[in-house]
Design a protein around this ligand. Structure first.
Ligand SMILES: Nc1ncnc2c1ncn2[C@@H]1O[C@H](COP(=O)(O)OP(=O)(O)OP(=O)(O)O)[C@@H](O)[C@H]1O
Length: 279
């Protein structure tokens, strides 16, 4: 079904229901206005409809300011849409919940807590017994290659290590959905590649549903089942590209894969058309 068909008011009720039933996340005709100093009613998102299947890895790409973060915040329940709705497991999102784990740059680590304290924090809040919380945190820190750093404080860690702690912290309380807003954006290329591999490894183990915002076409193609291309403000869905590449994915062999290269080149062209860069 095309994006135009999905957003059409003519879409039959049964079809909408069928769509919801197969979706873990159902974003339905979501629009968002903000009051800004320049514009009393700035339309940031316009009529976004996007069903996301359980276990799917979906990346969102688009020019700066097209509303990618806003969309993720709406799914997370941190921002209310002006119209439309988001359903998670058939229930309307009314606020944040433990089923959706945010990995947002703004949600920094607690500087006064150790690495272990940061990862167990959410578990303590949920009443998980201390020994179980510590065991779970240690296992996750091992998974993100941070064993031995349990007693370090955030200021003693590199940017990439902090980001791995943030991922472990979110995974600790076992959300079914991961909402990741440019989680690797501020990292050097080598650390970024490493964390992409770690994330895919973790994802391969229990196939969480992931919504992942990025500016990197290569990152989106490497990680995703589908790439959603958004258009310049107001943010609309311009295109959805199925990434038909085998899993598990290995970056070194993918780089030599003609299909991977074609996806990257084609999506980069779409991005250039959006940003007006035709160089
Ligand atoms: N709280 C807010 N109040 C007013 N305007 C906002 C608010 N949050 C976002 N906006 C505006 O909404 C639009 C979309 O912002 P958003 O951060 O979602 O874009 P983005 O695609 O994630 O951008 P980037 O790629 O640069 O991070 C922008 O024009 C932004 O200025």
């Amino acid at each position: 079904m095309s994006q135009a068909e999905l957003t059409s008011p003519r879409i039959a009720a049964e079809e909408r229901n069928a769509l919801r039933q197969s979706s873990m996340i159902s974003i339905e005709r979501v629009s968002k206005y903000f009051d800004t100093r320049r514009d009393k009613r700035h339309l940031a998102l316009s009529e976004i409809t996007l069903p996301v299947t359980r276990g799917e890895f979906v990346s969102i790409l688009g020019p700066s300011g097209c509303g990618k973060s806003t969309l993720l915040y709406i799914v997370g329940g941190f921002v209310q849409p002006s119209s439309g709705q988001v359903l998670v497991n058939d229930r309307p999102v009314e606020g944040p919940g433990p089923d959706r784990g945010p990995v947002f740059q703004e949600f920094a680590l607690f500087p006064w807590k150790t690495v272990l304290g940061n990862v167990t924090y959410g578990l303590d809040q949920r009443g998980v017994p201390k020994a179980e919380a510590v065991a779970r945190a240690r296992a996750l820190l091992a998974m993100v290659s941070l064993s031995g750093y349990e007693n370090f404080y955030p200021k003693e860690l590199s940017g990439g290590m902090k980001q791995r702690v943030a991922i472990a912290r979110t995974l600790a309380y076992k959300p079914n959905i991961l909402l990741m807003d440019e989680p690797f954006g501020a990292l050097d290329a080598q650390t970024r590649t490493r964390l992409q591999n770690d994330l895919l490894k973790i994802w391969d183990e229990d196939r969480k549903t992931v919504l992942f915002v990025t500016h990197s076409v290569e990152e989106a193609v490497f990680l995703s089942d589908r790439v959603v291309m958004m258009s310049r403000s107001p943010g609309r869905i311009q295109d959805i590209i199925d990434i038909d590449l085998p899993r598990p994915r290995d970056r070194a062999s993918l780089l030599l894969d003609r299909r991977y290269q074609d996806y990257v080149v084609n999506i980069e062209r779409m991005m250039d058309a959006q940003t007006g860069d035709h160089s």
